[in-house]
Design a binder for this molecule. Structure first.
Ligand code: NDP
Length: 323
């Protein structure tokens, strides 16, 4: 890995993002001799670096931690001479060809093809207290921060698989978990719900929403309201974990690429092609349904194969033009 000092460079394949989609695209593009350059983005390794055990990725019968898996992905990409660089792509210009990508607001790179693998990030409730106390008891990652709440009481908000997973993980560390669910049922898969229900120290508060987070410098309690009865109570907790899903990291592509209502990049069915020639979208940035490491990796492979085909066609076009 090297720092980005390059100016006015032209590359065949530029990959944005370093999760399973980005690294898989890199492995395929590198093995095809395309010398890909991959920019890691602000969170090298992506969401898997804030996951504990990954048990559903084929090929790891004993499971593997998310961070280790991403180290392995990176090593495999670098083995085939992917140029992995720390840097954040801050702007793109897809109006001509080659495309122009700006890194860290200063370095412009020409790219004959771009593979977008920018992933998704955790959503927040939008309460002012959440931002005020972020890092002081408020978190969106139990695996990262659960350790600090050993033996204490915490709240987890959400009712999907993420919330169930976070609550189960925390229940092994903390004294008690209040799982705050806004409806009278959970969206999580049956097996994950069962894990939550089996934990003796997880209490589910149904039809309940967060009103405010109390505490001046750190979380000292959480006020919740039952949306059926209107009854408010204060939970004496020191931790507040938000686990209500994710949003795609696609802000820099707004008004440039076709995005759906939630901001996911729209790709042609059965391919990674976007509405711009030579720009391909892979992984969670374009997948609102599956959002798994293995599906992201599969779509990264599609991105690399689509880019390879595109570049071969471009080369033929140029060759026939010059004859
Ligand atoms: P989901 O979109 O599935 O669930 C989000 C949950 O948060 C919903 O229950 C929703 O409530 C709740 N929610 C949303 N906004 C608010 C709000 N403002 N206040 C209170 N609650 C709110 O996201 P997940 O991150 O849980 O899962 C995403 C995908 O990833 C799923 O496909 C899931 O299966 C997968 N996943 C798989 C895992 C695994 O297999 N180990 C682990 C984690 C995720 P409501 O139901 O009322 O809309």
């Amino acid at each position: 890995m090297k720092d980005d000092l390059t100016q006015n460079e032209r590359v065949k394949v530029l990959i944005i993002g370093s999760g399973p989609a980005g690294y898989t695209a890199a492995i395929y593009a590198a093995r095809a001799g395309l010398k890909p350059v991959l920019y890691t983005g602000p969170e090298p390794g992506g969401q898997l670096t804030i996951t504990s055990e990954v048990e559903n990725y084929p090929g790891y019968p004993a499971g593997i931690t998310g961070p280790q898996m991403m180290i392995d992905f990176q090593k495999q990409a670098e083995r085939f001479e992917t140029d992995v660089r720390y840097g954040v792509v801050t702007a793109v210009d897809f109006s001509g060809w080659p495309h122009t990508v700006t890194v860290d607001e200063k370095t412009k790179i020409s790219a004959e093809s771009v593979i977008i693998s920018t992933g998704a990030s955790a959503k927040w409730l939008g309460l002012p207290d959440e931002a005020r106390l972020n890092g002081a008891g408020v978190s969106a990652c139990a695996v990262c921060d659960g350790f600090f709440f050993k033996g204490q009481d915490v709240v987890v908000v959400g009712a999907g698989d993420t919330a169930a997973e976070e609550a189960s993980y925390l229940s092994k560390l903390v004294n008690k978990v209040y799982l705050v669910v806004r409806r009278d049922e959970m969206r999580a898969s049956k097996i994950m719900q069962q894990r939550v229900l089996n934990a003796s120290n997880i209490e589910i508060l149904w039809n309940t929403e967060t009103v405010s987070i109390l505490g001046e410098h750190s979380v000292e309690g959480v006020e919740v309201i039952n949306n059926q009865t209107g009854t408010k109570i204060i939970l004496n907790v020191t931790g507040f974990f938000v686990a209500i899903g994710h949003k795609p990291n696609t802000a820099i592509f707004k008004n440039i690429l076709n995005l759906d209502d939630s901001g996911y990049i729209i790709t042609e069915p059965g391919s990674s092609k976007t509405n711009i020639m030579g720009v391909f979208a892979t992984g969670d940035a374009q997948d609102r349904i599956y959002r798994q490491a293995v599906t992201a990796a599969g779509s990264g492979c599609m991105g690399a194969l689509d880019a390879e085909r595109f570049l071969a066609e471009k080369e033929m076009e140029v060759a026939s033009f010059s004859h």
